[in-house]
Design a binder for this molecule. Sequence first.
Ligand SMILES: Nc1ncnc2c1ncn2[C@@H]1O[C@H](COP(=O)(O)OP(=O)(O)OP(=O)(O)O)[C@@H](O)[C@H]1O
Length: 251
Amino acid sequence: MAPIDVSGLHVRFGEVHAVRGVSFRVAEGESYGIVGESGSGKSTVLRAICGLAPISAGAVTVAGEELGRRRSAGFHRRLQMVFQDPYASLHPRHTIDRVLAEPLAIHGFDDREARILRALDEVGLGRGFRFRYPHQLSGGQRQRVAIARALILEPRVMLLDEPTSALDASIQAEVLNLLDRLRAERGLTYILVSHDLAVVAHMCERLLVMQHGQAVEELTRDGLRARAAREPYTRDLLAASEGYRPAESSP
Ligand SMILES: Nc1ncnc2c1ncn2[C@@H]1O[C@H](COP(=O)(O)OP(=O)(O)OP(=O)(O)O)[C@@H](O)[C@H]1O
């Protein structure tokens, strides 16, 4: 069973028809990218999958449970989202310990201290960061806290919305490598939204190209690297992505 099945998804915000009939499936353990120009509806698709945007029509099924129907208690725990700007989502007066303890308390986990220490180790922060405040961390360290907060609930699916675009290039690579390693170790399923084709080519096995709220085409990573796009819009997007270089050059 596909962990994520999006079928004919429409999302409207009043007069704005942000997503218009998008369908795709993501397999267990797969890393799937969504690309497209600003305003094409990428973030809205992610938000609809985790219940943060209203579904006007169509269906989103996560691990066999359809959004909008009655969901099991563990549904939200199994589906975690990481946003572009971790500073905005971390309370300035909460220590990292509290940031990590809160979701554990909400979902009724015990052995919280052991889980917090393990999560800090897993994202490469170490225990010395436990009682720091967000302003005492670098941007990359804050994003590691946001990843730890998502991981600590042992999700199956991570929805990543431009998780590294606020970071310097060198830090961006570190965080992407961390996400890659965690996916391999935990068998996680990712959906990654990014405007950066190099990031998507590095992280994702397949990707969906969106324009004006619609799915234009689906490509494999090999297709992306070979720039084997069928649609003129995708070819323009590839041509316009300055700095994009196929990760593997031909011999
Ligand atoms: N809560 C909202 N209320 C009204 N309109 C919204 C809302 N959220 C998104 N939109 C609109 O929906 C459209 C798609 O927005 P979305 O954020 O999904 O695009 P995006 O492709 O992720 O863009 P970006 O790359 O700039 O983040 C835009 O026209 C946006 O203004």
